[in-house]
Design a protein around this ligand. Structure first.
Ligand code: SF4
Ligand code: SF4
Length: 242
């Protein structure tokens, strides 16, 4: 490869070979302000800094996949935890890019679970927060799966685009079956995703869970996505087109 090709260009080419939907990069320290925030969904404690993963962290590479369709958000119980099947293609691509960085001599920590994925994608210009607290991409709407790689490589960085894509819309706030949403805020304890993952079986939400988070097989559930499905931002999801 020509010496004039920058490291950022090499990573973009690698992502192109892998057919990655979206890729960007942000300075590592831009995620420091979220350290200490609770990791709501998995009760995994609090957010960390990129330098907790790579001591000389300079950048975070953000990798995202557009994931239309309710079956994508499938959670399967395994060894006392939950496995998100729909994330596997994204994880494979992220490992490939992390391995590529390592092959070039850089340190690269793949899938740093205690960094704010939505904020890393926002800072990389992949969208802005919607009232449903999800990241809204102008074309993919609220259907991004996001992961990252912390590295000591210095890259060319993307810029956030804070365009408000919600306007006067309140569809998700009105549609949430448990009233978990306020504009740009979520009561995680009320959300059916949290209830499915962590709630007791005899929860007051049992009937709603059956409707919005159905069981496909023992230990395999579709997560509630109602606040995504009503969102008008982005292309019409394929299951609505027929
Ligand atoms: S996932 Fe379901 S329960 Fe949770 S905020 Fe969205 S609509 Fe409400
Ligand atoms: S449903 Fe409407 S208010 Fe909710 S995130 Fe989408 S555009 Fe924003």
């Amino acid at each position: 490869m020509s010496e004039s090709v920058t490291l950022t260009e090499k990573i973009l080419r690698k992502a192109g070979d892998l057919n990655v939907d979206l890729i960007g990069a942000i300075p590592a320290e831009s995620l420091d302000e979220f350290a200490g925030m609770e990791v709501n969904w998995n009760k995994w404690g609090t957010m960390k800094r990129p330098s907790d993963y790579v001591p000389d962290a300079r950048s975070v590479v953000v990798v995202a996949e557009v994931a239309f369709g309710p079956t994508i958000d499938l959670a399967v119980r395994r060894r006392g935890g939950w496995n998100y099947v729909g994330y596997k293609p994204l994880e494979v691509d992220t490992w490939e890019i992390g391995g590529y960085l390592q092959s070039l001599g850089y340190e690269a920590k793949v899938l740093p679970s205690h960094l704010s994925q939505k904020n890393m994608a926002r800072l990389a210009g992949m969208g802005s927060f919607g009232k449903n607290t999800l990241l809204l991409h102008p074309e993919a709407g609220p259907y991004l799966r996001i992961d990252g790689i912390v590295t000591d490589a210095t890259l060319e960085y993307d810029q956030p685009d804070e365009t408000d894509l919600c306007g006067d819309c309140k569809r998700c706030l009105q549609a949430c079956p448990t009233g978990a949403l306020q504009p740009y805020r979520i009561d995680a304890e009320k959300c059916l995703v949290h209830q499915r993952l962590h709630g007791p079986d005899d929860t007051q939400y049992a009937r709603l869970l059956e409707q919005y988070s159905p069981r496909l097989a023992p230990g395999a559930y579709i997560m509630c996505q109602h606040c995504q499905q009503v969102c008008p931002v982005g292309e019409e999801p394929p299951w609505e087109r027929s």
